[in-house]
Design a protein around this ligand. Structure first.
Ligand code: DGL
Length: 298
């Protein structure tokens, strides 16, 4: 049975969800976190399909519950949220589950030109969830959706040693250029997009590349901070927040975070070091088996 001292579970297809972990750490500095990167099966969003993503999401949620007694699960992946959040809530009613979705609603309030670009995986862009969000908030705002095949994979690979760092940075820049050009014209004139929604948690880590292409005046929206605030609210409602003093163990920063990967350990260590300044000993490799062999990690 989870208690207020149990950890918060987080997962993504890979290292992208570390951007959500960053926001959670900031919002909830007294909590413990266990993060699972399913990098052995990434990317989810280019061609995996809903059934595969649902099976992986359920297997990971069971693993985090059984092995780590998590008190809440944050799906730090837009693609997995779109494909699996409803199924997970139905199958695991005892576990509070928070998903992430592209910031289409906030963009509809804040865009001045009423044209908004949305970059996400093919799985997210073609999901019913996003279609519903666009129809709910698209009355006065035009949303331009772009499936960015290969971008999450390139960001995953940038943390591996296989490619020289320069080659992977060049590939990421080329993909960012290709997809922002495909979206159309950015700026503040009538008909231009003044806002870009980062609808994949991996893309937060290439914000600088996107900013270099689009200039300083375009508004970028991601969902890390709102999801972290929602996690706090849900824990408060269920009286599951770790107390800030009293009997709460005073944990050192690195001990608060346990990272796991179904892929290459060195890649997770490199990502955690580069983006979260976490030491290598926070990470370990694990095997999370799906029920059917179709979704068993390679
Ligand atoms: N980070 C994920 C997302 O937010 C998915 C990337 C992928 O595996 O395709 O959608």
């Amino acid at each position: 049975m989870p208690t207020p001292h149990s950890p918060i579970g987080i997962f993504d297809s890979g290292v992208g969800g570390l951007s959500v972990l960053q926001a959670l750490r900031h919002e909830l500095p007294h909590e413990r976190f266990v993060y699972l990167a399913d990098s052995g099966n990434a990317p989810y969003g280019d061609a995996r399909g809903d059934a595969f993503v649902q099976e992986r999401s359920l297997a990971i949620a069971h693993y985090l519950l059984q092995q780590h007694d998590i008190k809440i699960l944050v799906i730090a992946c837009n693609t997995a949220t779109a494909a699996a959040v409803e199924l997970m809530r139905e199958r695991m009613p005892q576990l509070p589950v928070i998903g992430v979705e592209p910031a289409i609603k906030p963009a509809s309030f804040s865009s001045q030109t009423r044209h908004v670009g949305v970059m996400a995986t093919r799985g997210t862009v073609s999901s019913q969830r996003v279609a519903r969000l666009v129809s709910e908030h698209g009355l006065h705002t035009e949303f331009h959706l772009q499936a960015c095949d290969g971008l999450a994979r390139a960001i995953e690979q940038s943390t591996e040693q296989a490619l020289p760092a320069q080659a992977s940075a060049t590939e990421i820049r080329a993909l960012c250029r290709k997809y922002t050009s495909a979206l159309g014209s950015f700026g503040h004139k009538t008909g231009q997009m003044d806002t870009l929604v980062l609808g994949c948690t991996h893309y937060v880590f290439v914000k600088d590349d996107l900013r270099a292409l689009l200039g300083p005046d375009i508004q970028f929206l991601d969902t890390g901070a709102p999801v972290a605030r929602q996690t706090r609210r849900m824990l408060e409602q269920r009286k599951l927040l770790t107390p800030e003093s009293g009997d709460a163990p005073q944990l050192a920063r690195a001990e608060q975070i346990q990272l796991m990967t179904t892929g290459r350990l060195s890649a997770l260590q490199a990502a955690a070091q580069r983006w979260l300044q976490l030491p290598a000993h926070c990470s370990q490799a694990v095997n999370v088996r799906s029920e059917s062999s179709a979704a068993t990690p390679a």
